[in-house]
Design a protein around this ligand. Structure first.
Ligand code: ASP
Length: 365
């Protein structure tokens, strides 16, 4: 398999960031500490984060902090009613209630904050940042998270859009033909069911039950000083059991940042990422010297190994769901990787913002 990285190595001399490196701060007798090399700043995100990485890079270029960069980036997607996987307009739970999850980490201060099952606030990443800044805690959940958000001045709003409510009503009606919910003639979109969809940019079904829409945004940056931050934010699995929390707000699963090493985050089946401590695993693998792409692929192999339930495996014994990792390291090297071919990720580097193909473990049949 030729990966993006192999290609870059064979051509442009290892690509963006790889030719750079943070050299440890050097002290001379009587002189202040100096950095003798700087990093090429990079922002990476899931495929739905093209605007987010562009924004993050704009903030970095303006001298902004790495955490402000990623948060301002994902805020665009959280507020976008047309992204049905994140924030406002995110698809609701079983009861038609939107419950949002988010976590973030600020590398330079080793800070972390998170919220889970938060209702009524469009931008859970901002509340997660307030948990980090204004409390001695890392994670607030459910009504407690909402009370905290209210105390910080966030308005409590209806997060269902007309479109997301309609899709929930359709889903509820399709659950059973023996209950009292009806499907009015001609009212359904797209014939026999929901269109398979994924916001990971693979154009393929990427959910773990074969029909359920999923999505999330993860965004990670490294700036010219080698400082690193990351954020993950999501409405989670559509139609989930109320109170179900995925990987996104779990520090070490949906996100991990170590300012000495790098950052990694995930999208896809959260249960699989939690069980393999995905984000932390990727960062630890990078710490051992692996390139972000190799680290992401190795962490995905662990997901495959942990997928032993027959209901979660296809006829070839592979997972029947998707997981994607996105990572940057302190040198400005970056990657996106997925279990299956076809996934993409957004990157902004060297004045260019684009969507690239992710590395992968398996071809789709
Ligand atoms: N990882 C998210 C979760 O499990 C959902 C997704 O990315 O599709 O909640």
């Amino acid at each position: 398999m030729t990966t993006r990285r192999d290609f870059l190595r064979a051509t442009a001399g290892a690509g963006a960031g790889a030719a750079f490196g943070i050299v440890p701060t050097v002290k001379f007798e009587g002189a202040p500490a100096v950095h003798i090399r700087r990093v090429t700043p990079v922002a990476v995100a899931s495929a739905n984060g093209r605007e987010a990485v562009a924004k993050a890079m704009e903030v970095l270029q303006g001298g902004g902090d790495t955490l402000d960069a990623v948060v301002q980036g994902v805020n665009i997607v959280e507020r976008d009613p047309n992204d049905t996987s994140v924030g406002y307009g995110g698809l609701p739970n079983l009861d038609g209630v939107v419950q949002l999850d988010s976590s973030l980490m600020h590398g330079p201060t080793r800070g972390a904050g998170a919220v889970a099952s938060l209702e009524g606030v469009k931008t859970p990443s901002l509340v997660a940042r307030d948990v980090m800044r204004y409390t001695d805690h890392v994670l607030l959940v459910g009504p407690g998270a909402q009370e905290f958000a209210k105390s910080m001045g966030y308005p409590i709003e209806d997060l269902l859009t007309e479109e997301s409510r309609r899709r929930w009503v359709e889903w509820r009606a399709r659950l059973s033909d023996r209950d009292d919910f009806l499907i009015p003639e001609g009212s359904m979109r797209g014939g026999s069911g929901f269109r398979p969809e994924s916001s990971y940019g693979d154009g393929l079904l990427d959910s773990h039950d074969g029909v359920r829409p999923q999505g999330t945004i993860n965004c990670n940056v490294v700036n010219a000083d080698g400082d690193i931050s990351g954020v993950t934010t999501t409405s989670g699995l559509a139609w989930k059991i109320p109170g179900r929390v995925g990987d996104s707000p779990i520090i070490g699963a949906g996100l991990y940042v170590d300012n000495d090493v790098g950052a990694a985050g995930s999208t896809g089946r959260g249960e699989a990422v939690i069980k393999t401590v995905g984000g932390h695993s990727v960062v630890e693998l990078m710490r051992s010297g692996m390139h972000p792409e190799d680290a992401c692929l190795e962490a995905l192999r662990r997901v495959v190994t942990y997928t032993v339930e027959p209901r979660l495996r296809d006829e070839l014994g592979r997972p029947n769901f998707g997981v994607n990792y996105y990572a940057v390291n302190k040198k400005g090297e970056y990657a996106g990787a997925a279990i299956f071919a076809g996934s993409r990720f957004a990157v902004s580097v060297d004045g260019d913002t684009r969507v690239e193909d992710s590395a992968y473990l398996f071809e789709r049949d």
